[in-house]
Structure formats: structure tokens, C-alpha cells
Design a protein around this ligand. Structure first.
Ligand code: TXA
Ligand code: MG
Length: 322
């Protein structure tokens, strides 16, 4: 995993304005000192991300919340008490500590304490906020292993900390608590049902449109292969049609039909929605490695952990086939 020497080197890189890719429980992040505008500009350049898209600031502990945010409402306190460390990002009014480069000029900031031992060790040693988007180039599938990061960013990142594969596999749930009523801006590792249970009121979902999280674009989650969502009952028919058109076809589904036409590449089936989330991005990357033209996907139901998976797949299906 990560030695104390490597951790110390990572802290030195961050203090010197460099970029460190590190594991979180959701996906790998591309981190820099959240208070160093020059480092932040380099981070945006390496990501290929348009300025104006805000990045999340990662903290070592919830106690740091009030140093990065102001006017923290009870809703945010209740959520972070229940979910941190964990795959939840809260959007709050930013404090003077947060540079414009982090928020794209907005008056709010996204904050989270990740639940991953290497990330937490790094944050504690660094003793500051680490700004980190997912460690992929803009528009590519998010990385869930250190190898994914190296494949995407090799040469442009000063250090990659390898903490093994990510446990959750999809990004954090984002809840905007800067509004009178909290709103979910992105489905992710904490289910909507859980957010509702913690807050004790139904929570609106605003994952598309103007007021959604800036930069939540469909193409973000898309591989080169075209992603086509199908129902379990129509897998065979859809595969035959695609093969008939001369395309190479893969299948990602929890249940693989026995009578599948020859030539379909079966991507290792996830057992349940949690595993689907965990392996989703790796499977989409595998589809590209195998140079598939099309991946047929039977998405899990949009409840619990399945909702975030379905959200990413729906976007991938819209944004793919470039
Ligand atoms: O799980 C995660 O959240 C991962 C790991 C590395 O922590 N990070 C991640 O970052 O997914 P990124 O940059 O790929 O996505 C962050 C999302 C973007 O859609 C951005 O618009 C939204 O968070 N965001 C950040 N700050 C915001 C703010 N102040 N208001 C609204 N949305 C914000
Ligand atoms: Mg991302």
C-alpha cells in the first residue's frame, strides 16, 4: 500500500504546489493544496477542465468545517455527523479561506471528509484542505484504481498514491445545504433514502438543469464504446441486432442469459447494486480496452445504491459513441 516515506513525499509535493493523485472510497482524486491558486490553475490545466467548474475540498475531519464554510445550517451538521467520514459532499457558503479558483467564483464550496485510510492519513499529515476532482481527464470515465489514474494522467501528476481499488466506486452524493431546503445535486455513495432518513424530510433531487452541480455533464461518464441500456428480457434480441450490423458487442448485466448469441463479450457480472457501483467504471474501461463498439447494459433498479449506478449509466448512454 502506501509507506510513511511515500506519504511524507506526498505532503512535500502538496506543500510545494504539486499534484498528488490519491485514493478515496469513491474514486481516485487529483489533489492539490486548496489554498494555492497557482497549484489549482495547474490542476485545472492537467484535468482539461473549463474554469468555472468548482472542485470539492477534502478535509481531515468534520471539526474543520467552520474554518472553510460560514452560516452552517443544522441540516449540514446532522448530515456530516451521520455520514463523515464517507461519500457525502455538502455545499455550503464559503469562508474567506476558500480561494476563487476552488469555487469557480461561486459563493459556495463543496466539502467532504473521505472514508479511506490513505486519504485520511494524507489529509492529517498535510494539515490543510486538499482540492480534488476525480483523477481522470475531463470527459473521461472516473478512475477507481491507481492504474486507471496512470493510464489517464501519466507524466502530468507528480505522485500517485496506490490505495488499491475504491470500495464504493461511484462519486460522493452532493447535497446543497446552502439553500433553505437541502437539495441533492448528485446521486452517489450515500443513497437518497439515507439522506431523507437522516434529515427526516423528503429531499428534492436536482441532478439536471441550470441549478444542478456545474459540470455534471453526460459525457463525463462515457467510454468510447456506445453504451446502450436494455431490459433483461430484450438482451438477446438487442445483441443479435447489433452483431447483425457487424459491431463488436459486450454485455454488462447482473444476470446473463444462457442462450446469448456467439461473439458477445460478457463483462464479469456484478452480484448486486453495491457491486455494480464498485465495478462500473472498471467495466466501462474494460469495454474500451477490448475495443468493443457497443456495451449492452442492464442497469439495476433506481433504488438504494442502484440509483447512482442508473444515473451514471443513463448519462453514459447519452454521452457515448464519440
Ligand atoms: O467522490 C467524489 O466526490 C470525488 C472524490 C475524488 O472525492 N470527487 C469528485 O469530484 O467527483 P469532481 O470534481 O469530479 O466532481 C465534483 C462535482 C462537480 O460536478 C461540481 O460541479 C460539484 O461537485 N461541486 C463542487 N463544488 C460545488 C459547489 N460549490 N456548488 C455546486 N456544485 C459543486
Ligand atoms: Mg469527475
Amino acid at each position: 500500500m502506501v509507506s510513511p516515506d511515500e506519504l511524507a513525499r506526498a505532503v512535500t509535493v502538496l506543500r510545494g504546489g504539486g499534484l498528488v493523485a490519491f485514493p478515496t472510497e469513491t474514486v481516485y482524486g487529483l489533489g492539490c493544496d486548496a489554498e494555492a491558486p497557482t497549484a489549482l490553475r495547474r490542476l485545472y490545466a492537467v484535468k482539461g477542465r473549463p474554469p468555472g467548474h468548482p472542485v470539492i475540498v477534502h478535509l481531515a475531519e468534520a471539526a474543520a468545517l467552520d474554518s472553510w464554510a460560514t452560516d452552517v445550517p443544522d441540516s449540514a451538521r446532522v448530515l456530516v455527523d451521520a455520514c463523515w467520514p464517507g461519500p457525502l459532499t455538502v455545499v455550503l457558503r464559503r469562508s474567506a479561506r476558500v480561494p476563487d479558483e476552488v469555487t469557480g467564483g461561486r459563493d459556495t464550496v463543496g466539502l467532504r471528509v473521505p472514508d479511506q485510510p490513505v486519504a485520511l492519513a494524507l489529509l492529517h499529515e498535510f494539515d490543510g484542505g486538499i482540492a480534488a476532482p476525480s483523477a481522470n481527464r475531463f470527459g473521461r470515465v472516473s478512475p477507481t484504481t491507481a492504474d486507471h489514474v496512470r493510464a489517464d494522467l501519466d507524466g502530468d501528476v507528480d505522485l500517485v498514491l496506490d490505495g488499491g481499488p475504491c470500495r464504493v466506486g461511484v462519486e460522493s452524493t452532493i447535497v446543497d445545504c446552502s439553500l433553505a431546503d437541502p437539495v441533492i445535486l448528485r446521486l452517489g455513495g450515500v443513497t437518497r433514502e439515507r439522506v431523507t432518513e437522516i434529515l427526516g424530510v423528503p429531499v428534492e433531487l436536482r441532478v439536471a438543469g441550470e441549478r444542478a452541480a456545474p459540470g455534471t455533464l453526460d459525457a463525463h461518464y462515457a467510454p468510447d464504446a456506445r453504451v446502450v441500456l436494455v431490459e433483461q428480457a430484450t438482451v438477446v434480441e438487442a445483441a443479435e441486432e447489433m452483431l447483425g450490423d457487424g459491431r463488436t458487442v459486450g454485455l454488462l448485466a447482473a444476470a446473463v442469459p444462457g442462450e446469448l448469441p456467439a461473439g458477445v463479450v460478457v463483462l464479469d457480472p456484478p452480484a448486486d447494486a453495491d457491486e455494480f457501483a464498485r465495478v462500473l467504471y472498471a467495466r466501462l474501461r474494460e469495454a474500451d480496452r477490448r475495443e468493443l463498439d457497443v456495451v449492452l447494459v442492464v442497469a439495476p433498479d433506481a433504488t438504494g445504491a442502484g440509483a447512482a449506478v442508473r444515473d451514471r449509466l443513463t448519462r453514459a448512454a447519452t454521452g457515448s459513441g464519440r
